[in-house]
Design a protein. Sequence first.
Length: 257
Amino acid sequence: MEHDHLVELLNRLKLTAIRDQIDSLIDEAARRELTIREALAMFCEREIARKDERRIEMSIGLARFPFVRDLDGFDFAAQPSIDKKQIREIAGGRFIANGEVVMLMGPPGVGKTHLAVAIGRQAILTGYSVMFVSAPTLVAQLAKAHNEGRLEDRLIHFGKPKLLIIDELGYLPFEPNAAHLFFQLVSRRYERGSMLITSNRAVSEWGTVFGDAVVATAILDRLLHHSHVITIRGDSYRLREKRRSGLIKTTPIDTAA
């Protein structure tokens, strides 16, 4: 009877972790000869740990990362142009708290998306909300919403997360008028929400990417105002692996010629 009453109280307080482990928790507290205060602290720690696990799991699902990556799995030795300490500091999340922008620039295959996902996952562990979206998908959604008269709803949607990660900006040129839609999103988040953008195109080429040099300048003006620009120089991981496996062979130079 007392057990059922205790379970009912824990249910009403939504302390589900304590409820599910109540017998083992009481046994552990007795085995360790904890005081009531110490036992209560242990119960609360287990409850918080369960809630954190569920929050992280839900947040990672909502972020829609394309794959699982972390910084420990990144080969910094293969990309000496990257300052490992700088990346670690960025992953700490201060730029998110300050509403700043991180831009990862470099050719395809050098690890930009890997770093973006790793930083995004670390942000979730820190407690920030994150959304990951490719630039073509983002622009397509904004354009569709604009045509259907729902642009404000989409801008609110992409304006909510504390960190918005936009991947592969520059791989495909923007459709006509899409640059103006992207500008509205950047303006909406300017100094209010942080962004992380990966691109294979130098900022000097963004006028071509957006198809409008004036709008590109306005976008860059806001993105670069409070930003951390990281340029990665190096070989593609994928091409390097293909060379190692022999799928791509280096043509020997004919010195006699």
